[in-house]
Ligand binder design. Structure first.
Ligand code: DX5
Ligand code: ZN
Length: 219
C-alpha cells in the first residue's frame, strides 16, 4: 500500500488557501491537511469553518481538519458541514468528554481522529480504539510549521500500532505531523505510519510535485 501524503497549507498565503490546496491536488497530494488554531490551545490563530468550506468545495481529495482548539465540541458541526472528511481533536484540550465528541464526529458523517501531543502517553488510544479512524501523532509541539522533527516519537508510533492491533483495529490510520521530510519518511512508515502530514518541506519547495513524490514510500 502506498503512503497517503497530506500536505499542510499552514505556510501558504492565507488569502489564497483554496488556490494553494487546488495546486497541491494537481501536484499529487492525496489529502489536504488543515491546521485549525484558536489562539488559546496554541498561541496562533488560523482560520475557521468558512475557509475550510471554500477549500473543501475547491478540491476533490479528502480534507483532514486538525483542530488545535480548546473547545472542539462547539466546532465539529461546522467543520462537518464545511465538507471535511476527517476531523481530529486533541485530548489535551479543555474538552472533558473526548469519547462523546469522537462519537459525535461519526454521527455527523465524518471520520474521527485523535491527536496526541509529544508528551501525551499513547495508552489513551486503547480506550477510544473502537471510535476512531485515525490517530495523529505529533512529532513537534503543535502551533507552528517548520519546527524540528522529534525522532524519539518513533517508539510511540510502534506502541500505537501495537495498541490498535490488540484492539483488532489494524484499519485505523496512523498519521504523523511535524517536521516530516524525505529524510525521515521511510523511518516513519517502517514504524507503522500510514499518513504523512508535511507542511514546510512541501510548501516551501520550488518543486512541490517533486517534494510530494519524494515522500511516497511504499510498504
Ligand atoms: C503544527 C501543525 C502541522 C504543521 C506541519 O502545529 O499541526 O500540521 O503545519 O508543518 P511542518 O511539516 O513544517 O512541521
Ligand atoms: Zn497539523
Amino acid at each position: 500500500m502506498g503512503t497517503i501524503i497530506a500536505p499542510s497549507i499552514l505556510g501558504c498565503r492565507h488569502g489564497e488557501l483554496a488556490g494553494a490546496a487546488a495546486g497541491l491536488e494537481r501536484d499529487g497530494a492525496d489529502w489536504i491537511h488543515l491546521d485549525v488554531m484558536d489562539g488559546v490551545f496554541v498561541p496562533v490563530l488560523t482560520f475557521g469553518a468558512g475557509v475550510a468550506r471554500s477549500i473543501c468545495s475547491t478540491v476533490s481529495i479528502p480534507v483532514d481538519a486538525h483542530l488545535m482548539v480548546e473547545r472542539p465540541a462547539g466546532l465539529i458541526e461546522s467543520f462537518a458541514e464545511a465538507g471535511c472528511r476527517y476531523i481530529t481533536i486533541h485530548p489535551e484540550s479543555s474538552e472533558k468528554h473526548i469519547h462523546r465528541v469522537l462519537g459525535r464526529i461519526r454521527e455527523l458523517g465524518c471520520s474521527p481522529g485523535l491527536a496526541l501531543n509529544p508528551a501525551t502517553p499513547p495508552d489513551i488510544v486503547r480506550w477510544v480504539a473502537g471510535l476512531i479512524d485515525l490517530v495523529l501523532i505529533m512529532t513537534v509541539n503543535p502551533g507552528y510549521g517548520g519546527q524540528k522533527h522529534i525522532s524519539s516519537m518513533n517508539k510511540k508510533i510502534r506502541t500505537v500500532r501495537r495498541i490498535l492491533n490488540d484492539a483488532d483495529r489494524q484499519d485505523v490510520l496512523i498519521s504523523i505531523d511535524g517536521g516530516v521530510d524525505s529524510t525521515n519518511a521511510k523511518i516513519l512508515i517502517d514504524a507503522g505510519a500510514s499518513v504523512l502530514v508535511s507542511g514546510s518541506y512541501i510548501t516551501s519547495s520550488s518543486d512541490r510535485a517533486g517534494a510530494i513524490n519524494s515522500l511516497k514510500v511504499f510498504k
